[in-house]
Design a protein. Structure first.
Length: 155
């Protein structure tokens, strides 16, 4: 599978926040959102990625971009992971049905039973403004990829 390309409609999805509240495609309509799909809480590359994103969270917020992280981990694992790292990025669980949202975005890695590493910027009109997928889950995307995309989009 490959990540949905620019111009695609944001697919229907239903995730859960750490508090158990629903987070659906309606939450990204009318806003700019960066969905950060990552394989597993507590893995080394995911740890680095979320820490790097936390460092630029203020810059992304200044561009009116909300950042959410999505993995197939249970919410409790995600909360423990975020607390251990000291990150404030909202965690969304794609645990049950496992990987359903990752599949909808084209980023489910079937051999590992997880989301692969991918970034999806949604526009306020409910379309995908930009997307990126690593060639394998161990690839750590440079933060500059996101800011280059934002510049190209004129945001």
């Amino acid at each position: 599978m490959t990540v949905l390309p620019q111009g695609s409609a944001v697919p229907r999805f239903s995730l859960r926040t750490a508090e158990g509240a629903p987070f659906t495609q309606d939450a990204v309509i009318g806003e700019r959102t960066l969905l950060v799909f990552y394989p597993f809480a507590f893995s080394p590359v995911c740890t680095d990625q979320l820490q790097l994103l936390e460092e630029v969270l203020g810059d992304l917020s200044a561009k009116q971009i909300n950042v959410v992280a999505v993995s197939c981990d249970a919410s409790d694992s995600q909360v423990a992971f975020a607390e251990k790292l000291g990150v404030s990025i909202r965690q969304l669980s794609d645990f049950e049905p496992k990987g359903e949202t990752a599949r909808a975005f084209g980023v489910y890695f079937e051999p590992g039973g997880m989301a692969t590493r991918a970034l999806v910027l949604t526009a306020d009109d409910g379309t995908i403004a930009w997307s990126w997928q690593g060639e394998h889950p161990g690839v750590l995307p440079p933060i500059s990829l996101i800011f280059d995309a934002i510049t190209e989009l004129g945001w």
